[in-house]
Design a protein around this ligand. Structure first.
Ligand SMILES: Nc1nc2c(c(=O)[nH]1)N[C@H]1C(S)=C(S)[C@@H](COP(=O)(O)O)O[C@H]1N2
Ligand SMILES: [Mo]
Length: 199
């Protein structure tokens, strides 16, 4: 007989039905933070996109809320080996935020409130593959999971999905983020098991 915790609605369907190599499925939602949870009041929250020539665009909370939203259901894969299937989010596609941005940059360094950083190719934020998520499971994103707003890039290991996102810095030359400098893989594709530098 199966044991169900209160409120557990049964196993969520996976977006792909597949588990990347070396991963196991969890039904919980572990919290992994390299420091304390920053509390960002919505009246001072802002999100900024800067390009290599110093141009920047900033959205206040109300401007951000006015953007068109998407409701992706995705599987997420943490480098510590848990995967969670069928997570449902509400967010703004990076395609929306990058629309009309003039840049020759191919790299992005993501900056969070609290100081966390992570880097990834700009191409990985385009094409309906990445969102700035503010809702999870039909509710506002909990602060521990990155609220008010986190990056969601589910096709890469979850450390690339920066919580409490503050700024995207578009760069011509790649610059490593927090875990990448500490020896984690620069790209982090779970399907190729790119956990550490050299994998
Ligand atoms: N700002 C910030 N973002 C972060 C982290 C962090 O420590 N700080 N940890 C990363 C790691 S290693 C993972 S696995 C996921 C965990 O997200 P969760 O706590 O919502 O499960 O957030 C990523 N984003
Ligand atoms: Mo992680």
């Amino acid at each position: 007989m199966a044991i169900f915790s209160p409120g557990f609605q049964g196993r969520r369907r996976s977006a792909t039905g597949l588990l990347p190599p070396g991963q196991y499925e969890t039904n919980g939602f572990p919290v992994l933070s390299a420091g304390p949870t920053p509390r960002v009041p919505l009246d001072t929250w802002e999100f900024t996109l800067t390009t290599e020539d110093g141009t920047s665009r900033t959205w206040s909370w109300s401007e951000f809320q006015a953007l068109p939203t998407a409701n992706p259901t995705v599987d997420i894969h943490c480098v510590t080996k848990w995967s969670k299937f069928g997570t449902t989010w509400e967010g703004v596609s990076l395609d929306t935020l990058l629309d009309g941005v003039e840049t020759a940059a191919e790299h992005v360094l993501v900056h969070s409130y609290g100081g966390y950083t992570t880097n990834l190719p700009l191409a990985d934020l385009r094409g309906g593959k990445a969102w700035l998520a503010f809702g999870y499971d039909g509710k506002p994103l909990h602060p521990e999971h990155g609220g008010p707003v986190r990056l969601l890039v589910p096709h890469l290991y979850f450390w690339k999905s920066a919580k409490w996102v503050k700024r995207l810095e578009l760069l011509v030359t790649d610059k490593k983020g927090f875990w990448e400098r500490a020896g984690y893989h620069n790209y982090g594709d779970p399907w190729r098991e790119q956990r550490y530098d050299g994998d």
